[in-house]
Ligand binder design. Structure first.
Ligand code: DLL
Length: 428
């Protein structure tokens, strides 16, 4: 454990720490972030003394991505731009990126939580970290980088791209920890196969994968092809970047949230009503120690649930379940709700299919139609048979008829960062 003192706190002591920090965050917002401070005052919160217990968190108004957009770029910052040490952005493809910023203390906190996540994943000081998350405005590259440096690892800052070089350098520099999106891990596996590099000659032990939804079935596929233990890491730029939570290598059953820094809640995505532990809904996070961007009750849009039962690893921190998808990425096809991650699960459980796929939604007439582009796992498979097996499994398990197109190998678009799983061609 990176920080056993915090990561094994009793519930009572964790909640006392959270309450103290929440009050400080509320004081900060009231004093320094006029748009959010006014909203707190309108909800009857005029001083941190109005927060008497953690239950009062529920009285506070939500913050959403739209608020960051409306006050783009610096309107919700609690410090002058000159006090920022770094600026990042969220990788949203729609419109302008969401801009976030960090003070020096924020960067130190971020490194600390990433170091905890690396220790969760079983990373030890001295290991070689091949960091293929993109460096730049995206938080993945630099976020993992600074956490791995703090952990005492040797970082190879390769970033994304130059896929064949990824394979060669992974072998030559003896990377033990691979950091990238799960979809890019598969591209690296393919590049190794193309370069005829036998994975048994590599030193890989652990993969730290996140930044996009992925299924348990994809975990199995990546582990088989790369010969490593794949661990899930979660985060978002608005809260800090990667490092909000990660799975422990012991259980790999839910991601431990760094809840002394990020207060988690699950709410009904439609009504905003709080939901009980175990219930699935939208994850809401309050980063209570951020100096530059202290958001209150930020609606992540991500669908998850919380788990408080003890974990075999000995940490006492709350765990969040694997993200099913973003609420706004949920497809509603003829009344049926469908997350792309569910399609991934079914696709990979059928077998004989490569783990690359894309869903295309169109509306040729009045009804939405969904098709699935995928590839056979290897040459020589009967594509007609594969198509009917997939269509059958998808209909059985989702209730929808999805037109499956089994393309030639390498025809489903690849990406070096987050995979594009849904192409929406519906007329707007
Ligand atoms: O993706 C931060 C990150 C970098 C996380 C590297 C993990 C590893 P954003 O670009 O702001 O930040 O995108 C955040 O990505 O709200 C989720 O929808 C999705 N996401 C991130 N991690 C996971 C994960 C980074 N492990 C958005 N599983 C989030 C599923 C994830 N979705």
């Amino acid at each position: 454990m990176w920080n056993p003192e915090v990561e094994t706190l009793t519930r009572e002591r964790m909640e006392a720490l959270q309450l103290e920090r929440l009050r400080a965050a509320v004081a900060r917002v009231l004093a320094r972030v006029p748009p959010l401070g006014d909203r707190l005052r309108a909800a009857g919160i005029t001083s941190p003394d109005d927060i008497r217990s953690l239950a009062d968190l529920r009285r506070l108004p939500f913050t959403r991505k739209i608020d960051l957009r409306e006050h783009y770029p610096f309107g919700l910052f609690a410090v002058p731009v000159a006090q920022l040490v770094r600026i990042h952005g969220s990788s949203g493809t729609r419109g302008k990126p969401t801009i976030v910023g960090y003070t020096r203390n924020d960067l130190a906190m971020w490194s600390e939580v990433v170091a905890r996540c690396l220790a969760l994943a079983g990373v030890r000081p001295g290991m070689v970290v091949h960091n293929a998350y993109g460096y730049g405005l995206f938080t993945g590259g630099l976020g993992l980088h600074q956490g791995a440096e703090l952990s005492g690892c040797t970082v190879v800052p390769i970033s994304g791209g130059l896929i064949q070089r990824q394979a060669t350098l992974l072998q030559d520099l003896r990377g033990q920890v691979l950091c990238c999106t799960p979809s890019y891990a598969l591209c690296i596996a393919e590049a190794l196969e193309t370069a005829q590099i036998d994975r048994r000659t590599l030193k890989l032990e652990v993969g730290i994968f996140g930044a996009e939804p992925w299924s348990e079935e994809l975990r199995g596929e990546i582990e088989r092809r790369l010969g490593l233990a794949a661990v899930n890491i979660y985060g978002l730029a608005e809260i800090v970047g990667p490092g909000v939570s990660a799975e422990c290598i012991e259980a790999r059953n839910g991601s431990h949230i760094q809840e002394d820094h990020f207060l988690p809640e699950i709410v009904d995505p439609e009504t905003g009503e709080p939901l009980a532990p175990g219930q699935e809904g939208e994850l809401v996070l309050t980063p209570v120690t951020k100096e530059a961007l202290p958001l209150i009750r930020y609606r992540t849009g991500d669908i998850s649930s919380l788990e408080l039962t003890p974990c075999v690893c000995g940490r006492t921190t709350v765990r969040m379940s694997r993200i099913k998808g973003r609420y706004d990425d949920m497809l509603i096809i003829r009344g049926v709700n469908l997350y792309p991650s569910e399609v991934e699960r079914i696709l990979l459980s059928v077998g004989d299919v490569a783990p690359h796929y894309q869903l295309v939604v169109d509306r040729p007439g009045t009804l939405d139609e969904l098709s699935l582009l995928c590839e056979p796992a290897r040459e020589g498979l009967d594509r007609g048979l594969l198509q009917s097996r997939l269509q059958h499994a998808l209909r059985e398990q989702t209730g929808l008829s999805i037109a499956v197109q089994v393309l030639d190998r390498d025809r489903v678009p690849r990406s070096e960062g987050k995979a594009v799983r849904v192409v929406d061609r519906r007329p707007r």
